[in-house]
Design a protein around this ligand. Structure first.
Ligand SMILES: Nc1ncnc2c1ncn2[C@@H]1O[C@H](COP(=O)(O)OP(=O)(O)OP(=O)(O)O)[C@@H](O)[C@H]1O
Ligand SMILES: [Mg+2]
Length: 314
């Protein structure tokens, strides 16, 4: 569901936008105005705080958002002083604090907004605001931390398999995906990622396995009833199988095409539905296979070689 890009490589940044939550990078020190704040005061508030827009809050409820663009439109229309409530945009796109950062990226991109208010999912109250600047700052900070971790990892890699002696060694991980629980989306991918890291597998390989699993997991949650993930880790390859019970896919070849999506509106509202999930999985894998029976379910099988870096995610 990340933007289509032919030269896409699954870099640290892409991993981070899936992993970080909006709450972790949003600005919490909010400057807000009330609906009855005068337009004549607004310019000073925006300028003094060096911001280009601010939520309009009535009590603890956000009722709109007002930006420099709104201010300019107001000026062009004559600039007659009035309450902000009469000028603000009422239809505001928002994000929930527990959504992955990738949703913030796609919503900001898609609608060309400069900022998005962040709400608490259960109480619907305003918690913060997120801008592209916040995202960049958050990513830079995480990259710095990650760089250190990766350095340490390089020296401590456990070379797990090298110590084992057998004709064939396989480590299996099994996970259950509870369908329809979109708020739990990503749990399997993140558990698998942690486990693979502990085996001392190269971070680049772990990243691919985690991204592919995340996309497959979300598809099961959104389009199927329930599913399971079986991962076999062998010395030179990771095999991932995601099998679900659900409606199945009538035209698999079409489903894999970039941009093809049957995601309903409520799913798109949550930032999914770009039709890029299966492509992303394909880009992460060496072998990629989907079989599906309509009315029964879908099975996705992929392999990711561990030792070599000959096939980059591209
Ligand atoms: N497990 C599944 N069961 C049924 N249909 C599926 C399943 N996985 C994918 N599909 C179908 O294939 C389409 C394409 O899936 P893909 O993951 O590429 O994109 P998306 O889920 O629509 O959007 P994105 O993954 O970018 O958020 C889906 O819209 C859906 O119609
Ligand atoms: Mg998908």
């Amino acid at each position: 569901m990340i933007a289509a890009n032919k030269n896409l490589q699954f870099t640290k940044i892409q991993e981070l936008v899936y992993e970080l939550k909006v709450a972790e990078v949003m600005t919490k020190n909010l400057i807000t105005v009330a609906p009855d704040t005068r337009m004549s005061e607004l310019r000073g508030i925006l300028r003094d705080n060096r911001i280009s827009g601010t939520p309009v809050v009535d009590g603890d409820r956000m009722v709109g958002i007002v930006s420099v663009e709104d201010f300019i439109t107001w000026l062009i229309r004559g600039g007659v002083d009035c309450p902000v409530g009469q000028v603000m945009s009422r239809k505001v796109r928002t994000l929930f604090a527990d959504e992955p950062l990738v949703h913030a990226v796609s919503k900001l991109e898609e609608h060309g907004y400069g900022r998005l208010p962040v709400l608490d999912r259960s109480k619907n109250t305003l918690l913060g605001l997120i801008t592209k600047g916040d995202i960049i700052e958050g990513l830079l900070q995480e990259l710095q931390i990650d760089y250190h971790e990766e350095e340490i990892h390089r020296y401590r890699a456990s070379h797990f398999f090298e110590d084992m002696i057998a004709d064939k060694i396989t480590i299996n991980f099994h996970y259950h995906i509870h369908g329809k629980k979109i708020e739990q989306g990503g749990e399997v991918a993140s558990d698998l990622k942690r486990s693979l890291k502990r085996l001392g597998i190269h971070p680049d390989i772990v990243r691919r396995a985690a991204i592919a699993t995340y996309e497959a997991e979300m598809n099961v949650i959104i389009y199927a009833e329930e599913g399971r993930v079986d991962v076999n880790v062998e010395p030179d390859v990771i095999l991932i199988e995601v099998r679900d019970r659900g409606q199945g896919i009538a035209d698999v070849a079409r489903a894999v095409e970039p941009g093809y999506s049957t995601a309903p509106d409520w799913v798109r509202e949550l930032g999914f539905g770009a039709g890029m999930g299966l492509q992303n999985i394909k880009n992460c894998a060496r072998d990629f296979d989907i079989t599906s029976t309509v009315g029964r379910g879908t099975t996705l099988k992929i392999s990711i070689p561990t030792g070599t870096k000959e096939k980059r995610c591209a």
